[in-house]
Design a protein around this ligand. Sequence first.
Ligand code: NAP
Length: 310
Amino acid sequence: MSQTDFDVVIIGGGPAGLTAGLYSSRAKLRTLLVERMIMGGQVMTTTKVENYPGFPGGIDGPDLMIRFQEHCQEFGLETTTGEVSGLRDEDGIKVLTVDDREIRGRAVIITTGAEPAKLNIPGEQEFTGRGVSYCATCDGAFFREQDVAIVGGGDTAVEEALFLTRFARKVYIIHRRDELRATKVLQDRAQANDKIEFLWNSSIQEVVGDNSGMTSVTLADTQNDSTRELPLHGLFIAIGVTPKAHFLTEVLDLDPDGHILTDAECRTSMPGVFAAGDVRKKILKQIATAVGDAAVAAIMAEKYLDNFEN
Ligand code: NAP
């Protein structure tokens, strides 16, 4: 195995990647985790995680992720920064293109997660960072005593709307239907909050602004196609996520939305390559399920390596 640098290479440093790293390094496999930017993934932009077991009263997302990292360090997980743009199999050895270098491993676990989905409407890109944001936790404090809106009807939209009420004067939740997808407990909290107003059956057609930033959105009524302008200082987009598996389109089997397809043991269509967390096609995307997947993927990678040796 002289040309093989690592037993296991993990791509992505969110909850799934760090869990895979914990299991794999604890199993004494030489393991490298490659992260593009900062460790922790999407949880780093989550204010309070209330539904991860073991933390009654909740824990701040970044604090939880620091614990994950410290736990991995105990077992000697190696990490590096870099963006993976390619994966190929050379006689059973997996070769990853990471920026301008190549890293080799006998097994790979993909835990690249997902990124916020875009509305793809006029003005969205132009005013990103000048009113339009995909992260209330990151940017909410810039909108003190201002009017903002969040678009979406899922858990993220409602959680972020509640968070924004700490700063904003008014928070609209703009949803394309007349019923939320978010869990009941979050819905009840939002309904009870005086700062939140729901704009049902509404879709955003355009973000409008000037040199100073966004000033309004054009809203369309989904039931009769009438439109109106809603003056706003900020627009937060929380309409779900897109899996980060673009670099694997030609390499692995993906579903039409770009999630990696796996079996129940987290095996992808390439032997020795496993996937865990939000990048994988599955029914529920939570920290708890990412952690569960990653444990399975790491154990299956270990078994794969045992067979590989033999
Ligand atoms: P989500 O559950 O997929 O919700 C996306 C929302 O955006 C839906 O209401 C959807 O509308 C709307 N939407 C999608 N595309 C749209 C478009 N082009 N224009 C307008 N609206 C659009 O996504 P999420 O809220 O990010 O949650 C993702 C996963 O993470 C879920 O499993 C969620 O339970 C989980 N999560 C959990 C927590 C927690 O437990 N504390 C917190 C955050 C997220 P429709 O309803 O009409 O489809």
